[in-house]
Ligand binder design. Structure first.
Ligand SMILES: *Cc1c(COP(=O)(O)O)cnc(C)c1O
Length: 359
């Protein structure tokens, strides 16, 4: 009998992505704070649009996403022609790697960078390279020293996941200015909506051919299950990515839900207000209990414990009360638990559970 085919180099080096758990054995009233989902759920406007679009599920979706791109462009004041929509921003990250990375090429990301960066780099046959961070914050100098002529892509989530820390505009410009020719800086703005007065890198991506911005509907817009994200950058990059993108990558239902959510600015304003208030409560509550955490710019807080054993003990205690948070050992932070900011009731429940924890 013939042997099975061998996969391309790099593929077997990929560590499988582990999503946040959603169930606890024996618990019916579960509070899931492990995947940075929106505690308000999806906007009613998006659920209604999805229901209507579902009636046309026998029809192929449009391939150019023109209507969704127009909504994105209007809301953000950017050029619709320079927007590409994908199956989550994960697909945009994947397309960027497929397009610009091959064997011998390097993909640079910060030490605690989002796990999809090394996964997509390896899937394309490239080599992920991690630059050290300073106090869980991206270190621009370390990133610049790690960049070489082999570096094709530099991924930077801002705010960062799982640390929640944030780099200001001047640091971003310094990074973009200092990178070698032919290297694309990708600013992952998955949590950009949670930062007031931050454009998620859209200004830089609009003005500079070596900067690209990615965004998602999975967090602030409450559509994690719909799988819609987008990217914005130079026309030539968009033209490259569109050749790789599947023509029907987004369903009718997903397109309709995302467009309605993008236009629902009241929903976004409401979610922002909840997150800002409850994030402050959670941060102060943790610190009052002697659990350290950095100021977060996102919709989660990274709680730091004395060691991994203590983090796991707290995780087990929370689970026993039906609360699921994320132990982030796979990010190189085994002594940390990432806790998504819930709504007011969820935050109260989490703080009460933490208060009752006996170290
Ligand atoms: C959640 C997240 C995303 C979004 O992924 P989608 O595929 O759009 O759901 C992207 N980048 C980071 C850093 C994230 O945490």
């Amino acid at each position: 009998m013939q042997a099975a085919p061998q996969p391309q180099p790099g593929i077997m080096d990929i560590a499988l992505y582990q999503g946040g758990a959603s169930k606890v054995a024996g618990q019916t009233d579960v509070l899931k704070l492990s995947s940075n989902e929106n505690p308000h759920g999806a906007p009613a406007s998006a659920r209604e649009a999805a229901r209507e679009a579902a009636d046309a599920m026998h029809l192929y979706p449009n391939t150019d996403h023109a209507s969704l791109r127009a909504a994105i462009a209007e809301v953000h004041g950017i050029e619709a022609d320079r927007v590409i929509c994908g199956v989550g921003s994960d697909e945009i990250i994947h397309l960027l790697c497929q397009a610009y990375v091959g064997p011998g090429d390097e993909v640079l990301h910060p030490e605690y960078g989002f796990l999809m960066y090394p996964i997509s780099a390896r899937a394309a046959g490239g080599t992920p390279v991690a630059a050290p961070e300073r106090n869980r914050t991206v270190d621009v100098d370390a990133m610049l020293s790690a960049a070489t002529e082999r570096t094709k892509l530099v991924f930077l989530a801002n705010p960062a996941n799982p640390t929640g820390t944030f780099l200001g505009g001047q640091d971003l410009v310094r990074l973009a200015d200092g990178l070698p020719d032919g290297c694309l800086l990708v600013l992952d703005g998955a949590y950009a909506e949670y930062v007031e007065e931050y454009d998620g890198g859209l200004g830089l991506a609009g003005a500079r051919p070596n900067v690209f911005a990615t965004r998602t509907f999975s967090k602030m817009y409450g559509l994690g299950g719909m799988r819609v994200g987008w990217g914005y950058g130079a026309q030539e990059v968009i033209d490259v990515l569109n050749r790789l993108r599947g023509p029907f990558n987004l369903s009718n239902v997903a397109l309709a839900a995302a467009e309605a959510a993008m236009r629902d600015r009241d929903f976004v304003a409401r979610c922002l207000a909840t997150n800002t208030a409850q994030r402050a409560r959670l941060t102060e509550g943790l610190r009052a209990l002697g659990i350290s955490c950095d100021d977060s710019a996102a919709n989660f807080v990274l709680a730091r414990f004395a060691d991994e054993a203590e983090a796991l003990a707290c995780d087990a205690h929370l689970k026993s009360r039906g609360i699921i948070v994320r132990h982030v050992a796979s990010y190189g932070l085994p002594h940390c638990l990432r806790m998504t900011v819930g709504d007011k009731a969820g935050t109260t429940r989490l703080l009460e559970a933490l208060n009752a924890w006996e170290r």
